[in-house]
Design a binder for this molecule. Structure first.
Ligand SMILES: [Mg+2]
Length: 203
């Protein structure tokens, strides 16, 4: 095996694994709270854009309500990942949980991660105003259409975009791959790495 191949095999790719809308189904609780607040009867499938304008909300209200959900209802936020797959992923890649949020919900996030068996993973809290695509990661698993726009400009990175109503307009490109849920992305990445290992071993 050539030295370049050995180097490639040893250099593990870095993955940024998102929380809200990816590992955590916060949207369901968000829309319930919003309906209670506004006397409306929307469901998650009505949330057709990132700023929730399709249901008459706006970025500031959306943001405040997400903070409230994390502060008051973090125990009810559904975990949509699979621990066995995440552990397997970590055998192949360097994985961080990377979440754009204010520090004021970091405590609740920590409890939620512990409750769902993820407290051993490194957590990076990204300033919501900072573009995640500028961070030092090769691969992203995320639901954000804004991140998709930015990753599309940076072909050295790859985004697995988790299917959500608010990112329905994002089109697949060479470096944006749509997945049904976070577990499909985990399976694809594990398979991809295992196939690469096999290819290297056979040389
Ligand atoms: Mg997200």
């Amino acid at each position: 095996m050539s030295y370049s191949k050995i180097n490639e095999a040893c250099k593990r790719k870095k993955i940024a694994l998102d929380v809200d809308g990816t590992l955590a189904d916060v949207g369901s609780l968000w829309i319930q709270s919003y309906n209670k607040l506004k006397g409306t009867s929307y469901d998650v499938n009505d949330m057709l854009d990132w700023n929730h304008e399709s249901i008459g909300s706006n970025i500031s209200e959306m943001h405040d309500l997400y903070i409230k959900i994390w502060k008051d209802h973090y125990n009810g936020i559904k975990f949509e990942g699979d621990i066995c797959r995440i552990k397997e992923l970590c055998r192949h890649y360097e994985v961080d949980i990377v979440t754009s949020r204010e520090y004021d919900t970091a405590y609740e996030l920590g409890i939620w991660l512990e409750k769902n068996g993820l407290s051993w993973l490194p957590v990076v809290i990204n300033n919501p105003n900072k573009d995640k695509s500028l961070l030092d990661y090769d691969l992203y698993i995320d639901d954000s259409p804004i991140l998709a726009e930015n990753i599309d400009k940076n072909k050295s990175k790859l985004l697995y975009i988790v299917n959500r109503p608010w990112n329905r307009n994002v089109e697949e490109t060479g470096n944006i791959i749509r997945v049904e849920g976070v577990n499909e992305a985990l399976d694809m990445l594990i398979e991809k790495s295992a196939a690469m290992d096999l290819e290297i071993a056979n040389e």
